[in-house]
Each structure stands twice: as C-alpha cells, then as structure tokens.
Write a protein that binds this ligand. Sequence first.
Ligand code: 0X9
Ligand code: ZN
Length: 484
Amino acid sequence: MIHPRLKSANRLLAGLLGPLLGCTAFAQPLSPLNFPDRVRYDGQMLVQVELRSVRDLMLVNQISDDCWSHSAGPAIAGGMGTLDYRMDAAGLRTLREAGMTCRVLDPNLQRTVDEEAIRLQGAGDGRFGPRGWYDDFKSPQQVSDFANQLIAMRPDLASRKNFGLSLQNRDLYFLRLSGEPAPPGTSKPIVLLNSVQHAREWITVMTTMYIAEQLISGYGVDSRATQLLDDYEVLIVPIVNADGYAYTWTNERFWRKNRRQNAGGTFGVDLNRNWSFAWGSDNGSSGNGNSETFRGTAPFSEPESAAMRTLTLDNPGIVLHLDVHSHGQLLLYPWGYTNQPAPGIGALSKLAVGMRQAILDSGGVPYLPGQCYQTLYPVSGGSLDWYYGDRGILSWTPELRGPGFAPPPSTILPTAKEIYAAVLWLAENFCEADFDQSGFMDTDDFDAFVYAFEEGLPKTDFNHSGFVDTDDFDAFVAAFIEGC
Ligand code: 0X9
Ligand code: ZN
C-alpha cells in the first residue's frame, strides 16, 4: 500500500509540475502506474493444481475462487486434469499437505503486474516498435482510436456504431466490415466476433482488432480477406465489458466481472453467466455476489450482455459467432450447462477440429476442441449456449494463449495470427446447406429444409431477406446443388 501522505505529495508535485512542463495528468500515457490506488497482489501466486478426484476439486475451491485456466481432463491418466488458481502461500501449503500435486506457475503476481505497468508506461508515447500496434496491450482509448484509424483507411468497407451503454455510461460499439453488397432484396450472412466479456483477458481485444485490421487492409490485396468480406458481413465488438476493461487499466489488473454494485457491498456480475439460456443453475454459476462467477439477479440484468442480445436480434443474418476468451488453448462448443451432447454437435465439433488444424497449418500452437462442460467446466448462463440454444447460431469460445492474463507482449501477434487463420477457415468451410447441422451434406438436409420451409420456420429465410418465400427455396436448392 502506498502511504497516504506520499499519495498527496505525489498529487501536489503533479499539480506544480504539470503546468510548468506544459502538460496535465491526462497527457500521461494511460498506464496502471499512474493510478496509485490500484489493488496489489502481494503474496499472491499462480498455481497449477493437479486434480485426481472431486474431493481435490472441492478442496481447491475452498482455497480460491479465482480459477485462471484449465488444461485437458484426459491429459492426466485416471485424473480430472489440471486447473490454475490464484492463491497465497498458505493455500499452497494446505493443498500440498493434503497430498495434491501443485506447480507454481508465477511465484509473484505483484512483480508481474509491476513489470507490465512499467513496460506500458514506456510504451505510451505513441511510438511503435517492430510489431507496430501489437507491440503491447492497448488501453480502451487506444483501442477506440485504432478502430477509427482503420475506418478512416477504408470507409467504403468499415464503419462503427454504438449499440448501447455500459453500467457506467461508456459507449459500447461494434465495427461492421463488408465488401461487395448482397443482391437487392437479400443480405449477406453475418459473422459476429466479440472479445473481453472478462475484463482481465486483454489479449482477446488485441486479437479481434488484429482480425479487423487484416480484413480491412487485406481487402482487394489478399484473396482470402477479399472473399470473406465479399461473402459475409463481419461484426466485431472489441470490448463488451467496457467498465471492467477500463477498471483493469486503472485499479485492479485481474478484475474479471463488470462493475455492478451488488446488494451487500460486493461488486460485479460475471457477464458470461448473465445470458438467459439455462440461467440460474448453481452448477456452472453462482448466486453469491462475491463470487467470480456471480450470475446477477436476473437473466440479462446487465446492460452489457443485454446490449449484446439486442445487437444480435437486430442482425438476424448472424450465422457464426465467436466469443473470444483467454486462456487455455481451447476451442469450446456447446453445451456449457450440461454434459449432454447438443443436437447438431457433429457440425460444431467438425468445424472446431477444422479450426484447430487451420491454426496449426498457420504455424500456431495446438488448441484442444471440445464440449465446454467436459473440456473446461460447467458454465450456465453463458453466451455460447445462448447463441446456439436460443438463436440457432453456431458458436464457439476460443480460449487463447496464456500464460496467465499478463503474458509477455511477444505473445500477442502469434496468438492474433492463429485466431485469424481459424476465422478465415471457418468462414470458408461453413456450409449453410448443411441444414440439419450433421457436419456433412446429404439428402437429409434437403428433407429437413423442405419440412422446415413448409412450416415457414424463420431459419428457412435462406437468402436473409427478412421473410420466407419461394426465393429462399431457390437459394437453398442452388446451394445444395453446389454442395459443400
Ligand atoms: O468461465 C468462462 O466463462 C470461460 N472461461 S474463462 O477462463 N475465460 O473465464 C469459458 C466460457 C465458455 N463459454 C460458455 N460456456 N458460454
Ligand atoms: Zn473469459
């Protein structure tokens, strides 16, 4: 803790020197270092815990509520896998005394946070190194400025729109990218990407911004970027949890939730437990405001998740969705709320396996595809299940690279590049004519379409015109004949 007297001396000094140096406090780079009230992590470490039984899991959950990552369950014979937790030395001792195998991944989280803050302060002068904008993580303002620069580069391809306000009245915005327009009376299928529902997962923002940049700067130059923007419209929400993300830059680096003041003096709702599909289960979320997975008082009680819902309903052409998180090198698909397989799991899994391969082919690291519930842990009220279960939109949650939430900045570009490769592959291999989502196309798809079309179901609006008519039938037949 900084001594309060030192704090006021600092303020005094800033007040005197600011005008002399011709600058104000706001001209300083936004670095956590400029915020003396930030939460400290003295004595805290990141520990990878090997779980062999449910008893192990229960014990570790008594020690720490802050799970940071996850490895594959099947990776350890006869066990349940490993999980990474933030804890102190006493917690580690308790686990070891109970016979559990623990590996300290980061012995000193405060040092990691300090090193990052010093680096970010140095990087805040507007000059870039060899990796350009991806040299280091970027503050909310820097992300917004970069979005504007991208749009200024190609206003014919890219635009930006606000779609709501956060709890603390920050603008929530998305980028819309699109090349050739759809034929009159129809619209193109839409890919929706969003990052940072969880405030501390900074690398996810860098990744979706990289995808935006690659598509914009690659249009007309790179055939794959061009094709993607001609075939689809792409919506990108770089910052869902606007208040939480800002808060991690100023006050608490490892904050996860939004900034709701809950009853009982606790703060924050986990936005990824606040969606209405399977909301409310204690298996995969918590009813306790103190918990890192607090689901809120009602589905969509939070303006940030509610605005995402509205954005989605306002864009009925969305066919693919990625909710980008970190970390764990996973490609998760529904369901999160149950271990039962989702109907249509064939297509979800086949496309996840394809994305894994595309990542590897691009020179990236291995990502493990799998159903969220078993591959990671139960999640109820998450966006993944809502997109798939409520809207019928194919949805995945990539968990990007770590280590931790403050990885070295050299991790940013390789991570962003591999996820861009996955998105390109996904868009190129997604097949709307696989109507029954079995993972391959056959006469069952034809039968399923005809049946749904006769019923007038909204999902047979195949040309995305806003209503179902014989043009949709013709569009489906054309796609079916073309094959996948
Ligand atoms: O717990 C989560 O919300 C995600 N993991 S994280 O470590 N980034 O917090 C996993 C979410 C998977 N998606 C859904 N089941 N909705
Ligand atoms: Zn997350």
